[in-house]
Ligand binder design. Structure first.
Ligand code: ADP
Ligand code: MG
Ligand code: MG
Length: 256
């Protein structure tokens, strides 16, 4: 059983010039193995801050509350230790790693997380299969990570990492944004195939409802102004598709 538990999470960020600002103001969320949760909300509501806080980005300071994975204190872990514990973050804006090929990057990530290098023959096969499933050209493996990648290539590369790392908890921050219809279908299929194994709890962060036509989460949470303000099943996504976020932000001093 893998359970990520977030309790009363308050997170502040050190801004450039304007001091400390509280972004998350008491978030509660539980994600269990095999479950898919969508977190939706307007821009600026704190979705990326939540994902960075789970992964351990040094810029975001937890001032109150807790995050645990199977009872272990995640907040006490370094970024690396969180990855080894089975937490994976696909960032909204993946970074370039000049001079490091996709192939080497994936192998070192998997080695670091598993604690030993994967056997070469099975590894090569595993990468090939996963890349084919994401309709990625094998030559892609020799390119440098995110250097000159299109938006769609960056997102496929994130999903490729997830497929190979087999995390306990995967946080996917706007993996759908900027994708055309074909890329969205391929990326969604990649997420679905990880989901189908039932070994990963997925936190799908998204601004738009369109990815939820391909991936139906069991749970939908709405975030506004640093809090979860509404929760429901997939039917809530349908409501949001109709009516947007207006009723959550009106007068609430929410999005900036
Ligand atoms: P979302 O992902 O929902 O769009 P974010 O978590 O990116 O929201 O941002 C939430 C709020 O926190 C926004 O008002 C944003 O400007 C602010 N914020 C996030 N990160 C920083 C930062 N590093 N410095 C200053 N403000 C930040
Ligand atoms: Mg944003
Ligand atoms: Mg964001």
């Amino acid at each position: 059983m893998s359970t990520l538990e977030i309790r009363n999470l308050h997170v502040s960020v050190e801004t450039d010039g304007e001091g400390t600002r509280e972004i998350l103001r008491g978030v509660d969320l539980t994600v269990r193995k095999g479950e898919t949760h969508a977190i939706m909300g307007p821009n600026g509501s704190g979705k990326s801050t939540l994902s960075y806080s789970i992964a351990g980005h040094p810029k975001y300071t937890v001032t109150e509350g807790s995050i645990t994975l199977d009872g272990e204190d995640v907040l006490a872990m370094s970024v690396d230790a969180r990855a080894r514990a089975g937490i994976f973050l696909a960032m909204q804006y993946p970074v370039e790693i000049p001079g490091v090929s996709v192939s080497n990057f994936l192998r070192s990530s998997v080695t670091a997380v598993r604690g030993e290098a994967p056997k070469l023959r099975t590894w090569v096969k595993e990468v090939k299969t996963s890349m084919a499933a994401l309709e990625m050209d094998p030559a892609f493996a020799e390119r440098n990570v995110n250097e000159g990648f299109s938006g769609g290539e960056k997102k496929r590369h994130e999903i490729l990492q997830m497929a190979l790392l087999k995390p306990k908890i995967a946080v996917l921050d706007e993996t759908d944004s900027g994708l055309d219809v074909d890329a969205l279908r391929i990326v969604s299929a990649g997420i679905e195939s990880v989901r189908a194994k039932g070994e990963t709890g997925i936190l799908l962060i998204t601004h738009y409802t369109r990815i939820l036509r391909y991936i139906r989460p069991e749970f939908v949470h709405v975030m506004a102004a640093g809090r979860i303000v509404d929760e429901g099943g997939p039917e809530l996504a349908a409501v949001l598709e109709e009516s947007g976020y207006d009723r959550y932000v009106k007068g609430g001093g929410a999005a900036t």
